[in-house]
Ligand binder design. Sequence first.
Ligand code: M6R
Length: 606
Amino acid sequence: MCGIIGYAGKAGAEKFLLQGLKKLEYRGYDSAGIAVLDEDEMQVVKCQGTLDELENRLRQKSLRGYLGIGHTRWATHGVPSDDNSHPHQDCQGRFALVHNGIIENYQSLKAELQAAGHSFCSETDTEVLVHLLEEVHQGDMIAALRELQEKLAGSYALAVVDNREPEKIYALRQASPLVIGLGEQENYLASDMPALLNATRKFHILEDGELAVLKEDEISIFSAAGEEIEADIFQADWDAEMVKKQGYEHFMLKEIYEQPTVVRRLLAAYLDRDQVKLPEVAEIWGDEIDRVLITACGTAYYSGLVGRHILEELANLPVEVEISSELRYKKNFLDENSLTLVMSQSGETADTLAALKLARSRGSRVLALTNTIGSSIAREADAVVDLKAGPEIAVASTKAYSAMLTALYLTGLKLGELRATLPERELLTYRRELLKLPEKITAALNRVEDSCREAADYLKNHSSMFFIGRNLDYSLALEGALKLKEISYLHAEAYPAGELKHGTLALVEEGVPVIAIFTRRGLVSKTLSNVKEVKARGGRVIAIATAGTIEDKEEFDQFIELPACNELWAGVLTVLPLQLLAYHTAHNLNCSIDKPRNLAKSVTVE
Ligand code: M6R
């Protein structure tokens, strides 16, 4: 949600900032801007629209200078417009500031600042920050930023430059991500690591309350308590190649096709024929734990719904799944006897982070499954399983979902082992089957690609459609519908197959597409009855099924068959045609696949 970039070095800042913003564009893309200092001259260019628009403007007026900050916006307060774009400036034009997060008390601060004579040009909460800075700055930026911290409520990652200190970028983090990258005679700042991988793999991740000062040849970090501290530098194991499209038309397609590699990597790290390794799960486990709560948002939440079935079946434990943004409004039974699994690709989702903190405050142990080691969620959890999916750039999550499912399969087996709910022979069979999953995923992708294109040709002409399934297949249907809505802007709803007849069937008429999922043999006859009900009303039914599940294919208008697979692990195969259906439908409709309207990759506001 909004991307921040900063550069202090010897090369042209404008070029670096633009390149960095391109890498951050998936965090927000409704407006963008940069501020570059040429000695004491503050130059700001910003506008509504994508980065192409900003680049156009800069072609007319290129900026000289070796230090600057930039921002790509996902609007929260105020519509996307030139005025609401960042960087924002104070009344004198001395400071330029970019911000990611939400200032919750901005209205009262704004009223005070207006009363003191400050004039505002935007509707944003961010502009308050820069006027407040102007108000409290007495010649010492660090002291001024500390004063800001005391007055602000909400979340912020911010970067600010001052034309009286043109060799420095100041940065401050509170509940929104910000990383510092270290280079040779240049240093960088960004909302996340992938934005800087072209330049460095050495990072310091700012903690909440930390303040940083960047110069081309030096960085200084100050703790929340105000003391100067050593940077905690680590080497990322991601590289620049991972954040390129590598010949694919879209990042989403590349990430769909990366899934065999991702699952293979995870299995190689956490599983061999003799055991599930996952020491993280063993460490956090205690015999007193008698229930599990899984909490997450969006696609991660849907993977959690599949996870519930897996954990309950393998570990024989009661599992609840809750959307993170809802957890705090419900009575929960979290305590020291519960284990909370927090799932998040980015590790920065504000709702999920809040749920994690709630769980911890109730005494529950927290295991995070995340793709971003070093993220807020990873750092707040008691133990972390690294999803090892590599940077996911497309806003629509695909490979992270498969990584989450695989990690949940492994967690289920590990808990089964720890709780002795599974005989060794069964465990061995499960482990062997899991090791075959990467090949099956590759085979499935090859097998379904053409039929998904064919189905997408049909879906593109329909403004509304349904995804149905029972039990685990319903959890998968939810992910299929989300993927389609998110990138093709067509209306899709998922239903437990048996539930259609309780109301929604009224919407099924001639030609309405219904995608029916079948991975559980024992449930086929019941779901088939629901398919017949749809057919009797003229609906067009596309089946997605694992081989051997359904004998009679006559009933369906199209049949998309996946390789045979143990029912427990079928989710990781079934999601592939669901992702490809969404991708090809959106492609047919010329939608902005990697950056769908109104959305952003990392949702760091509640
Ligand atoms: O980074 P997270 O996994 O915590 O993100 C959660 C959701 O925002 C995310 O899965 C979202 O629903 C995706 N855009 C779906 O494709």
